[in-house]
Design a protein around this ligand. Sequence first.
Ligand code: PMP
Length: 287
Amino acid sequence: MSRIVYVNGQYLPEAEATVSIFDRGFLMADGVYEVTSVLGGKLLDFAGHQVRLARSLKELDIEAPCSDDELLEIHRELVARNDLTDGMIYLQVTRGNPGDRDFAFPDPATIKPTLVLFTQSKPGMADSPVAKTGIKVISIEDIRWGRRDIKTVQLLYPSMGKMMAKKAGADDAWMVEDGHVTEGTSNNAYIVKGGRIITRQLSNDILHGITRAAVLRFAKEAQMVVEERPFTIEEAKQADEAFFTSASAFVMPVVEIDGASLGNGTPGPVAKRLREIYLEESRKTAI
Ligand code: PMP
């Protein structure tokens, strides 16, 4: 079935939705995005995604394409028009179409940002079978730019990392800089050692995951010990367990790093428990 997507104020069948070849998102990767999960027809962590979007736009001097209320309305309209039960809503804002190619930013008074949203259906995504067996990661060098806290659409290296993982018979890659893990290609990385949950602290080196914020809050509420600091791949391989978080994977157990099994090679109790708590609590506040 053809989707109804949103482009600059219009709801259109996907085949009729277009963006200019001069759009700076296409020519310069000059844009930002958000992915919000939908469970049971409701949006998870919506406020968090909205706040991060506003921050990404501000950091790049891109005008907000619409108000917060309008943004929520568009998300809800897309859920309704596409009869979406479980899945994601992808949102992208670019600096727009100046009608030509130029490195200098166009005048925001005349060139308005491009806003695109579409749905991706993933029935039963909360019961993903991989979450029961866990996933395998490899480590790769982190050669991305220095503002990874901004959620830009420059995703070529993360895509290459994912392909390096597949080629190595793994599922994903954790990126390493100066000997320490920054994050996964599209997720935040954690290890568990002696009952302590260890994850890199927030900085410009990593994306400030919305799922990360929620999971750390729930972990602390459940009296778990959280240590926010960098960790090495060697430390990760010696950990009792590992996992990652993202809006679309929730909490995902990692059972192998660079070919070394963690614990007994099955998802660990902390990751399993955090996945349960995250799903339960975020369904409660879904809108
Ligand atoms: N880090 C990176 C590099 C990501 O691409 C993502 C997901 N887009 C995350 C972390 C996780 O962020 P969130 O929990 O907000 O999906």
